[in-house]
Each structure stands twice: as C-alpha cells, then as structure tokens.
Write a protein that binds this ligand. Sequence first.
Ligand SMILES: Cc1cc2nc3c(=O)[nH]c(=O)nc-3n(C[C@H](O)[C@H](O)[C@H](O)COP(=O)(O)OP(=O)(O)OC[C@H]3O[C@@H](n4cnc5c(N)ncnc54)[C@H](O)[C@@H]3O)c2cc1C
Length: 292
Amino acid sequence: MKPAPFQYHAPKTIDEALELLAEFGDDDGRVIAGGQSLVPTMAFRLAKPRHLVDINGVGELNYLEIKDGQLHIGAGVRHSAFEQPVDNGPLGRLLSAVVKHIAHHPIRTRGTFCGSIAHADPASEWCAVVAALDGDMLCESKRSGARLVPARDFFKGIMTTALREDELLTEVRLPILPQDAYAGFAEFSRRQGDYAIAMAVATYRLKAGVMSDMLRIAVGGAEAAPRRIAEAERTLIGRPPNLGTFQSAAHAVVKAVRPLDDANVTADYRLGIVRTMVTRALQNANPAGAGE
Ligand SMILES: Cc1cc2nc3c(=O)[nH]c(=O)nc-3n(C[C@H](O)[C@H](O)[C@H](O)COP(=O)(O)OP(=O)(O)OC[C@H]3O[C@@H](n4cnc5c(N)ncnc54)[C@H](O)[C@@H]3O)c2cc1C
C-alpha cells in the first residue's frame, strides 16, 4: 500500500523545526527521522500524519559529544554510530554490544537513537539502556521551551511517552560510566535482527570483592515499557558477583515483572526468558565486554 497524502516540510535548523511543530503538531504533524518505524506504519496506513517534519536536513542535530560526565546524543545520530565504541570505557562497550541486536545493518545506518526513544517500542534496545542508566531526554518546543525528562517519567507505555505533540526530542543524555563499572546486556529474539522477546541490562561496581554501588537491573521487551527493577537491585548489595547472586536477582525480577502476553509469546514463556536474560546480563557484565 501507499501512504495517505501528507505535506512534507524540510527545516534546516532546530528553530525552523520547532516553528513547524508549533504550527502543525496539533494537526497530525509528525517528525520523521530515520523513517524506519514511521514509514512502514504509514505504508500500512496505521499512521496517517497530515504533515511530516523531516529533521534529516538539520545539521545541528548531528552530534555525539561527551561533556559534564554525560554522553549527549543529538537527534540526527544513527544507530550505526555506536558500532564502534563512542567512549573508551564501559559505556562505549555496552552501546557497541547492544547496537548489534537492533535490526540489520542497512536499518542501523538510517534509524536514529532518538527516533527509537521517541517511538518507544517496548522491545527497543535503546529504551532499555536509557531506562537502566537513568538517561535524560531533552524535549523542546516553542510553547514550553526546553525541558529535561528523566527516563522514569518519559516512558509511559507501549509506544507512549511524555513527548508532547509539538515537541522535538532534541537529544538524549546518558551518564558516562566509570572505568571500574561492570555493564552487561543480554537479549533473546527468535532470529538475528528480530525484535526481542525480552532483554536485560545490568551494571554494578565492586568494593573489596562484593557488589557495592551502581546496582542497576533493567528489563525491556517484557512489559509495556522498560524499567529498572528495584527489588532485584537490592538483592545484589554486598554479594559477590557469582552465579548464585545473579540467579537470586533474576528470581526477584521474575517476581516483580508482569509480562506482556500475546498470540506468539505467552506470559509464562516470556517470564522464563526474562529470568535467563537477567542472569546473562549480569554474567556478561565484565570490563572486557558487555554482551553476547
Ligand atoms: C525490519 C526492521 C527491524 C527492526 N528491528 C528493530 C529492533 O530489533 N530493535 C529496535 O529497537 N528497533 C528496530 N527497528 C526500528 C528501528 O530501530 C527504527 O530506526 C527506530 O525504531 C525509530 O528510529 P527512526 O529514526 O527510524 O524513527 P522514525 O521512523 O523516523 O520515527 C519513529 C517515531 O518517532 C518519532 N520521532 C523520531 N525522531 C523524533 C524526534 N527527534 N523527536 C520527536 N519525535 C521523533 C516519529 O514522529 C515517529 O512517531 C526495526 C525496523 C525495521 C524496519
């Protein structure tokens, strides 16, 4: 099928993009970034935006920079930018391990990091990472100016976020992880490049051989939105990083999660996958590499 008719707008600056969103946001206006999620839904006429604001010509959004202890990811940055580590510590390694699980290479060269966050598919790898690391979303509009929304307030449900109709997600900020942080990722999907059935992200730091701080376990793909599981994080405190500790944490996750149930994947099956992914993410968390 072909998309329903729409009016195309091609701003060259952030300011022009915000002007267009102010004018058309309430009239079914949508941002288009990589188009890797929006275009298929338009082709099936599941989405029929009347205006498309194409941000691909906005050069100001193409930046990846580290400042004030954070990685700033502009809305123009493609998934493929993370295939090589963007920082020489655990964060760079984690992001390079994660990106391999997103779709296939051609899609990664077009789709954007911020597009994934704005789209908020429950099975998005970047959404799980942002939830695990307590990332911040910089949302801008003519009406409200700029506001920073933390991950716990940003993801509201399946493809539902705190972004307003007239807002542009200008950048996402992630904390740079210290060199001695352990960070790991694991996901299960039926075929390479498929959306995940479940995934987990874990970080921790050791002091005198036991887990001391940066204790984070987040689960994606299992519920309507990715989130940290505090009950499981608490089980890690003061424990040595071994299989028994990891399995106890996975057990706490399973008790806390209310998994999605659909025609292809039952809730029980998904929960079993969650258990294994949490254990593996913790096992994968080592300074040399972050994922499978
Ligand atoms: C075959 C296939 C397999 C895929 N597999 C995976 C996968 O395994 N994991 C995964 O995470 N993704 C997967 N994707 C989706 C892909 O990662 C997309 O790139 C991503 O979901 C959206 O990014 P985009 O830049 O393409 O956004 P678009 O498609 O351009 O936009 C998506 C939505 O976000 C909004 N939007 C985009 N950018 C902004 C912004 N800066 N501010 C405000 N709103 C914005 C748009 O209005 C739209 O509603 C797959 C896609 C395909 C086609």
